[in-house]
Ligand binder design. Structure first.
Ligand SMILES: *[C@@H]1O[C@H](CO)[C@@H](O)[C@H](O)[C@H]1NC(C)=O
Ligand SMILES: *[C@@H]1O[C@H](CO)[C@@H](O)[C@H](O)[C@H]1NC(C)=O
Ligand SMILES: *[C@@H]1O[C@H](CO)[C@@H](O)[C@H](O)[C@H]1NC(C)=O
Ligand SMILES: *[C@@H]1O[C@H](CO)[C@@H](O)[C@H](O)[C@H]1NC(C)=O
Ligand SMILES: *[C@@H]1O[C@H](CO)[C@@H](O)[C@H](O)[C@H]1NC(C)=O
Length: 441
């Protein structure tokens, strides 16, 4: 469970939870030093986040202008009426309307009889954790009631699973652990119960039962880590799903569960192009790939080779992450892409900035295609993956930014907005990641 080092990769987001996320009165970016083994990315409202709005009021007006907020009830009805999962296919929805969280969610059935939790999907975390009965400070009232499950077990300090948790503590005989996630901290009991995502029940699944949470970065109904570490979903379902899965994330504006997570090697796309998956032993959960170049329109932009190079010692390179919202590139790469993007849009068109975005337009523009050139695989992103539009005003912004300069400045994160309506196949046994366009809306 390396999650506490890595999970803050999630949640780079400016939209949801504006009120709840109202940060401390005098926020300061007091980021711990990066010692080469700790990769930190910040929640959108973190004082360290480049997207942090100047004040919460600005956040909510931008929020309103970016997305048409629709009735929560409607979303709830859609979710309730959407179809039962087929075998090993788990529907995915954007969590924005449904659980007011900037994540993609799926329905997990936990316990006997099953209780449904809308868990956030995070490829850069290992652990799973859910808010449990008695939780103090959990953001949602939808708590998992362990007393109502006949198969629930609290894991003891002597259990083998407890040894896979960093810094466990013994509360009585219960194995407990603390971790941070984005700007939140969590205290949980290590527990196990039956977890069903598709139709296959996984008995004795190990997860954290949250007893106490602070901050607002905790996904309201828990998180399912799809990283590669010891207690991850991949490890715990190895015999069933063979460390192979793919997903299609629908647009963040989509209201229903039209996306999908496909588990196991069966029924994965056959005709899909791959790029090798790289492994960084020091950040073993993360899915590193080799980004070799970036094209804007037809031009390969000039990026110093070192800006994209994979280096396990410094952590530099490029990762694919489902939890981060907007792609961030190391500064020399971002600058080159942005400058060419602006040039292509037109020298006479006025560029403005908004929040953490520095390339915005108030008049309609035709954006050039941006192509991510991975080793063996080019992914051309159409406008829907590049521009974020305000619906109230007419502003649109290039939905990417430079990595923050102070910390974590070496890693490029290919984020979920840039993955929407693509199938991303994680084939861990064959060390490769496949990408293909797929309209899951
Ligand atoms: C978590 O562990 C503590 C300490 O053993 C215990 O008091 C509490 O009831 C446990 N909570 C759950 C939900 O198992
Ligand atoms: C873990 O968190 C709990 C609750 O916030 C706190 O009481 C406890 O001291 C923490 N334990 C460690 C080892 O930090
Ligand atoms: C689900 O969303 C898709 C795209 O957003 C839409 O085409 C479809 O009609 C929706 N289904 C329902 C039941 O609203
Ligand atoms: C850009 O603006 C200048 C000055 O207003 C004008 O002379 C020129 O024709 C414009 N160029 C384009 C491509 O619109
Ligand atoms: C990707 O695009 C580049 C430049 O357009 C081209 O040279 C290269 O062959 C392409 N790679 C693949 C795998 O198609």
């Amino acid at each position: 469970m390396k999650t506490h080092f890595l999970c803050p990769l999630s949640f780079l987001f400016f939209f949801a939870l504006a009120a709840q996320a109202a940060p401390d009165a005098n926020p300061k970016c007091e980021a711990p030093q990066d010692h080469g083994s700790t990769l930190r990315v910040f929640h959108i409202f973190s004082p360290c986040s480049p997207f942090r709005p100047p004040n919460p009021a600005a956040a909510s007006s931008w929020e309103e202008s970016v997305l048409q907020l629709q009735a929560k009830d409607q979303a709830r009805l859609l979710y309730l009426s959407s179809l039962v999962a087929k075998r090993s296919v788990v529907p995915i929805a954007s969590g924005r309307q449904i659980v007011q969280s900037p994540t993609y969610i799926l329905r997990a059935k936990i316990g006997t009889p099953p209780q449904t939790m809308l868990m956030a999907l995070d490829t850069s975390s290992d652990a799973a954790w859910i808010p449990c009965n008695g939780c103090v400070g959990c953001p949602s009232s939808s708590l998992f009631d362990s007393h109502k499950s006949t198969t629930f077990k609290s894991l003891g300090c002597q259990s083998p699973q407890c040894k896979q948790v960093p810094n466990p503590t013994c509360g009585g005989s219960a194995c407990m652990f603390n971790m941070t996630y984005g700007g939140s901290s969590i205290a949980a009991n290590l527990s196990s119960d039956t977890v069903t995502l598709a139709s296959d029940p996984v008995r004795g699944y190990t997860f954290g039962c949250i007893q106490k949470a602070t901050g607002s970065s905790v996904p309201p109904q828990g998180l399912l880590g799809l990283g590669r570490g010891p207690l991850s979903f991949l490890s715990q379902t190895q015999s069933l799903y063979k460390s192979t899965f793919s997903y299609c994330l629908p647009s963040f504006k989509s209201l229903n569960f039209s996306g999908s997570l496909r588990l196991g090697p069966v029924a994965q796309p056959q005709r899909i192009k791959y790029t090798p998956l790289l492994k960084n032993p020091r950040r073993s959960s993360l899915y590193y790939v080799n980004l070799v170049g970036i094209k804007v329109g037809r031009k390969v932009v000039d990026i110093p080779a070192g800006a994209l190079a994979f280096n396990p010692t410094t952590g530099s390179g490029t990762i694919i992450d489902s939890g981060t919202v907007f792609t961030r590139l190391v500064t020399p790469a971002y600058t080159a892409v942005r400058d060419e993007f602006r040039r292509r849009v037109g020298r006479n068109v006025t560029v403005t900035s908004l929040g953490g975005f520095d390339t915005c337009y108030s008049a309609p523009i035709v954006p050039p295609t941006i192509t991510l050139q991975f080793a063996g695989l080019n992914v051309s992103l159409p406008a829907e993956n590049i521009m974020i539009h305000s619906t109230a005003g007419s502003t649109s912004c290039l939905a990417m930014a430079a990595a923050p300069g102070n910390v974590n400045s070496v890693v490029n994160v290919i984020a979920n907005m840039q993955q929407q309506n693509h199938r991303i196949l994680f084939d861990v046994p064959n060390s490769r990641i496949g990408v293909a366009r797929e309209q899951c809306t």
